[in-house]
Design a protein around this ligand. Structure first.
Ligand code: HSE
Length: 293
């Protein structure tokens, strides 16, 4: 049996819609695989009641199919579905690493990115790779049509998860078809600033580069209490705040010393609008890790 732990991820980071992603230290999914004549899937853990176990409908089933690697697969969910923290990507990345090793397929982590992204297509309708790339490679990733660029990073973050559900399909439905040139120019500048910040592990530069006036404002409408939570995090010292992936999770970047007050402020702000939430105080971290048993 092989076991893989794959992390939650946060895509977009505001200015890098469908391009940027980071691996988070916590939470994570754990996937166990054994060879079998045909694929079966069992799911336990956070939100498992919402995840289909039919291999035809599960992201992990799509990965097993793509690698021609039938297996008995057990998924222990640490990353809640529809949270904005790359729940399906964590399972897909973990399964890709596990099945690649189980059947000696010899694919590199970068070669597994499109394989795991196939699983994403089942959930969102599109095989976008900005969550699976950091889940596989760790750190900060930049996904383009030409492939993936990765840099290790360890910037502190708070990921606050409200007890709300926003489907990726709905959140993609509000993305505008076009944008004014001045907004595009501003966003490119922010994205470049953020990238430099990641390479320097500098929370101030990363936070400065997170603003996005094109996609994020449309999506915040889907997250009750977002403006209040964002302001509370900034007042408590966050250097930047944005929607995590498609939401409803909210991501704050910060200095380590400010993590605890920011987490408290975000939870309190959701609470003030009657929404329970949970805040993970973590850092940008490593990608999927394989354990042999
Ligand atoms: N980049 C994607 C989005 C991530 O924002 O729709 C969601 O999984």
């Amino acid at each position: 049996m092989l076991t893989v732990r794959a992390p939650a991820t946060s895509a977009n980071l505001g200015s890098g819609f469908d391009v940027f992603g980071v691996a988070l230290g916590t939470p994570a999914d754990v996937v166990r695989v054994e060879r079998a004549p045909e694929t079966t899937i069992m799911v336990t853990g956070a939100g498992s009641e919402y995840i289909p176990e039919d291999p035809e409908k599960n992201t992990v089933g799509a990965v097993a199919e793509a690698l021609d690697a039938p297996a008995r697969i057990r998924i222990d969910k640490g990353v809640r579905p529809s949270s904005g923290l790359g729940s399906s990507a964590a399972s897909a990345a973990a399964a890709a690493v596990a099945l690649n090793a189980l059947y000696d397929r010899g694919r590199s982590r970068k070669e597994l990115v499109p394989v795991a992204a196939e699983g994403e297509a089942l959930v969102s309708g599109e095989a976008h790779a900005d969550n699976v790339a950091p889940a596989l490679l760790g750190g900060f990733t930049v996904v383009t049509d030409d492939g993936v660029t990765q840099v290790d990073a360890s910037v502190p973050v708070v990921a606050c998860l409200p007890d709300l559900s926003v489907s990726t399909r709905d959140a993609r439905g509000v993305v505008p078809d076009s944008a004014p040139m001045d907004e595009i120019v501003t966003t490119v500048g922010n994205a470049a600033t953020l990238t430099v910040g990641m390479t320097r592990d500098d929370p101030d530069l990363v936070g400065q580069g997170m603003d996005d006036g094109i996609v994020t404002p449309e999506r915040t409408e889907l997250i009750e209490g977002y403006d209040r939570v964002r302001q509370a995090a900034l007042d408590a010292g966050a250097t930047g705040v944005t929607v995590s992936g498609a939401g409803p999770g909210v991501l704050a970047v910060c200095h380590r010393r400010d993590q605890r007050p920011i987490a408290g402020a975000m939870v309190d702000a959701f609470d003030a609008v009657g929404i329970e939430s949970r805040a993970y105080q973590t850092t940008v971290g490593e990608g999927a890790r394989l354990y042999r048993e």
